[in-house]
Ligand binder design. Structure first.
Ligand code: PH2
Ligand code: MG
Ligand code: MG
Length: 155
């Protein structure tokens, strides 16, 4: 199973995500999109940025992870995504979170996404679609990763 995270905090956020999802559904079979949720920006220095809409999509493909990644980048670019600085507000962010059991650690592409285990805005929508999916690195399921995060949150 391939997992893609969707995020937008500039412009017509819902439309950006819905449009992108239909494009991703063009190359992932059995595509499913989670609920689209509003989330506060997570990350140092982002406190005053506009709120995000986030969602997660899952599907299947025989494309290699790098080919998926290139398609995601092309969809972002077509949505007018600018990259003036790291974590800048964006019309559309598409992150490849998981690609089955594959692990990749290259300069421009890491799979699984190195920060997804700490991100409620990814784990919560993903738990709606695939709670029993396993992270190949930790061996934990999405439900277990989310529970672990909840424990950490409550101190
Ligand atoms: N993406 C980030 C950094 N912080 N916070 C939320 N709530 N949603 C995001 O999609 C997000 C973020 C980097 O891509
Ligand atoms: Mg991102
Ligand atoms: Mg990104």
């Amino acid at each position: 199973m391939v997992v893609v995270a969707f995020g937008s905090n500039v412009g017509d956020r819902r439309r950006e995500i819905v449009d992108a999802a239909s494009q991703v559904a063009g190359f992932l079979s059995a595509f499913r999109l989670s609920a689209i949720i509003e989330t506060a920006p997570v990350g140092a220095g982002l406190e005053n940025d506009p709120p995000f809409l986030n969602a997660v999509g899952v599907g299947e493909t025989r494309l290699a992870p790098r080919a998926i990644y290139e398609r995601l980048r092309a969809i972002e670019a077509a949505a007018g995504r600018m990259r003036p600085y790291r974590n800048a507000p964006r019309t559309l962010d598409l992150d490849l979170i998981l690609a089955g059991e594959v692990t990749i650690d290259e300069e421009d592409l890491q799979v699984p996404h190195p920060r997804f285990r700490d991100r409620r805005f990814v784990l919560e929508p993903l738990a709606e679609l695939a709670p029993d999916l396993r992270d190949p690195v930790t061996g934990l399921t999405i439900r277990e990763l989310l529970d672990r995060l909840s424990v950490a949150d409550s101190g």
